[in-house]
Design a binder for this molecule. Structure first.
Ligand SMILES: [Zn+2]
Length: 307
């Protein structure tokens, strides 16, 4: 029997409640999602934060998986302890090991259903190319942003985040539930296809690579004194011209993109994401890239699932 196992994670952020709710329903009715025999395990990552409907208790769990933090046993933050326990239990060398992890989130931004990949690991690009081919979902590639690290999926040999929005924090929404369900089913089907040697990889992959994040204009006391311009609000994934107004203040003063970057055709994501206010991020600017599928990516993925 194959030793492969897929790990599905929900509730990494305690106020993103749709995927955990769906997991609860799935627990009550195990036939809710057809797994076609795939060996899988599902975990609600931060049940204490979920109970309080808070993103986290001590610190962001999805920034708590850096090796330095995991190995620093003097650090007793709740989320660092959860991260350590999750890796010890379900990590690739854990008691109940999984090789691929999918981490389900929701966003207040109008991003629809999208995938977030961290860096360019071959196995990640191989698996998300199959999902993009099936569902045409956009892929945000987070790389080159040294201010943010320690993401959950990086502690596994293969993994990615699913972001679904828009939905307010702490709200169950039919569209978000249905999209989460569709993504879970599609991921299971495509991983089964890889295991059974039936996967058909695309020739190309479209990604949106991290370029820079930008903050709101602020007054002398540090408070935001402008809002996202109406032409940009809820326009995640729509390319911006260099002269686009991106912020406006109450007096009608406009702030154009060229004050922040000289690049044309940047594509904004996570516009006005509520959770990013504390990180001083009003939106993240990305650059679209079409990359050719590389055969070794598929070979690496076959090796990973056939253990
Ligand atoms: Zn989240």
């Amino acid at each position: 029997m194959s030793g492969f196992q897929l790990l599905l994670v929900a509730g990494t952020h305690g106020n993103e409640i749709n995927a955990p709710w769906l997991f609860d329903q799935w627990d009550k009715k195990p036939t809710l999602i057809h797994t076609s025999g795939l060996n899988l395990n599902k975990v609600i990552a931060n049940p204490i934060a979920r109970k309080k409907c808070q993103r986290y208790i001590d610190k962001d769990l999805n920034r708590s998986f850096s090796p330095e933090l995991l190995e620093n046993y003097a650090n007793k933050d709740l989320e660092t302890c959860i991260a350590r326990e999750l890796v010890l239990e379900n990590g690739p060398r854990g008691n109940n090991p999984s090789q691929i992890v999918i981490d389900f989130h929701s966003t207040t931004s109008s991003m629809g259903t999208s995938i977030v990949v961290y860096g360019r690991r071959s196995v990640d690009l191989a698996i998300v190319s199959l999902i993009q081919k099936r569902l045409q979902v956009p892929i945000y590639l987070h790389e080159g942003d040294d201010s943010q690290n320690g993401f959950l999926v990086e502690a596994w040999p293969c993994g990615f985040v699913v972001e679904i929005g828009p939905v307010p924090q702490g709200v169950i929404h039919n569209k978000i539930i249905n999209q989460t369900l569709l993504m879970i089913e599609t991921c299971i089907e495509e991983i089964n296809n890889v295991i059974n040697n039936n996967a058909i990889f695309p020739k190309q992959l479209i990604i949106h690579r991290y370029f820079k994040s930008i903050d709101f204009p602020r007054d002398s006391s540090g408070l935001p004194n402008a809002f996202i311009h109406s032409e940009v609000q809820s326009k995640d994934w729509s390319p911006l011209s260099i002269d686009q107004n991106i912020f406006a203040n109450i007096e009608g003063e406009l702030f154009k993109l060229h004050n922040y970057s000289k690049e044309n055709d940047l594509v904004p994501v996570f516009i006005n994401e509520a959770a990013y206010a504390e990180k001083n991020i009003a939106m993240i600017l990305t650059k679209k890239e079409v990359i050719d599928f590389q055969t070794p990516w598929a070979e690496d993925l076959y090796d990973l699932v056939n253990i």
